[in-house]
Design a protein around this ligand. Structure first.
Ligand code: FAD
Length: 373
């Protein structure tokens, strides 16, 4: 999936690699579209680097959107107050003039450096391949992944009878659906599913929900009207003879109840997982990537780490720090993309091509320029 703020990858960006899928070619691959990755995309454009951005989530914004979208933020320079969601919207707007593609719902799983030209071949779990001169890891705490059921047989049913997201309501038409969880996602999807499913039951450990008051009220109203059942307890077993789910056991204080079910949607929230990044030969300390603060380069040349995933003495996990780190890292990355050129510093307002692009009088470039900011 490619985010709407981007142009799809252009044909001119596509280059054939031997024995591989067509690769998307750019100067830099940004791994993570949290606030730091989004600002990095803007900075890349300002400096004259082309880039692609990848995020495992279906939405841009990282922690800002997943953990605290409506919380006010007070410590972004020149913005006295904005919500986390507003910040992400502003960052998306800021990088939009450059038209870089953001590939969402894809997790970067491998990086390999070529011996001949030292460029990187980077692969996602969706089979997309990038060919880049440098990699910028703005991967936060790692990719956000759904918290999965730790029950025998659950993984074998995943995608057919056990789900961690609702992609298409039609898949649940006329089904008996169990929605497990008590947060906003669980309640919102239970309310949406009741319109297509034969029956919807919310299974939650407690009587209280962790969702917006209006959503909780709507769920209670739907339960009182018999549109939804609410069962308090923890799912303890799945019964799926011949690989077809037919009942779910729920452990309660007084014993176990068995609920008929065709589909189970478990929405227990997200967990962050460093995943494959831990296997890339980087210097990892307590789950963070050690960097040299002169350019936020990791122990592997032309691989940079910025934002929450980076560690160094006195590191502060703040958005502001990540912006600074990304800005310096990309200036160092420029030397890998254009080893034959010296980047000349020019303030952005004196760069006419850049001003025109940001002010909207020229279309996004087909390829990177070498003009400095
Ligand atoms: P993240 O926001 O974590 O984004 C990283 C992204 O990378 C994620 O979307 C993830 O899915 C993606 N990713 C990771 N691995 C992969 C992979 N292999 N492939 C593809 N994608 C991947 N900071 C402030 O400055 N001010 C505040 O007021 C503030 N309030 C906060 C309140 C709370 C409750 C929390 C939890 C944090 C707060 N912070 C605040 C901290 C701030 O949110 C983080 O410093 C910031 O989000 C870090 O941004 P990031 O882009 O480095 O990482």
């Amino acid at each position: 999936m490619t985010a709407p703020i981007n142009d799809a990858a252009k044909d001119s960006d596509v280059e054939s690699l031997p024995e591989q899928r067509l690769a998307l070619r750019a100067d830099v691959l940004i791994v993570g579209a949290g606030p730091v990755g989004l600002f990095a995309a803007f900075e890349a454009g300002v400096i004259g680097l082309s880039c692609h951005v990848v995020d495992a989530l279906a939405e841009i914004g990282g922690q800002c959107i997943e953990l605290y979208p409506d919380k006010p933020i007070f410590d972004i320079p020149a913005i006295p107050v904005c919500t986390a969601r507003e910040l992400v919207e502003r960052l998306a707007e800021q990088c939009r003039p450059f038209g870089f593609a953001i590939h969402l719902g894809e997790r970067v799983i491998s990086i390999a450096q070529r011996d001949d030209d030292k460029r990187w071949t980077v692969t996602t779990d969706q089979g997309r391949v990038f060919d880049v001169a440098a990699i910028l890891l703005s991967a936060g705490n790692g990719a956000f992944m759904p918290q999965r059921l730790a029950l025998p047989g659950a993984s074998a049913l995943e995608g057919r009878h056990v789900h961690y997201a609702v992609r298409q309501l039609a898949q649940f038409a006329d089904a008996r659906v169990i929605v497990a969880g008590g947060g906003d996602s669980a309640l919102d999807w239970a309310l949406a599913l009741r319109k297509v499913a034969r029956h919807v039951t919310i299974v939650h450990r407690r009587e209280t929900f962790r969702a917006m008051a209006a959503t909780v009220e709507e769920v209670k109203r739907a339960a009182a009207a018999g549109e939804i059942d609410i069962v308090i307890g923890a799912i303890s077993a799945l019964h799926a003879p011949d690989g077809v789910l037919d009942t779910v056991a729920v452990k309660q204080i007084g014993g176990v109840v068995t609920l008929p079910a065709d589909q189970l949607v478990a929405l227990y929230g997200l967990v962050a997982d460093l995943g494959a990044i831990a296997d890339w030969g980087l210097d990892i300390r307590a789950g963070r990537i050690a960097v040299d603060t002169s350019g936020y380069e990791t122990s592997r040349a032309s691989v940079f780490a910025v934002g929450d995933i980076a560690t160094y003495p006195n590191k502060q996990k703040l958005i502001l720090s990540g912006f600074h780190e990304a800005s310096l890292a990309l200036r160092r990355a420029y030397a890998y993309a254009f080893p034959e050129k010296q980047r000349v510093h020019v303030h952005s307002s004196y760069d006419h091509a850049l001003s025109e692009r940001i002010l909207g009088t020229t279309p996004p470039p087909a390829s990177a320029s070498d003009e400095g900011a």
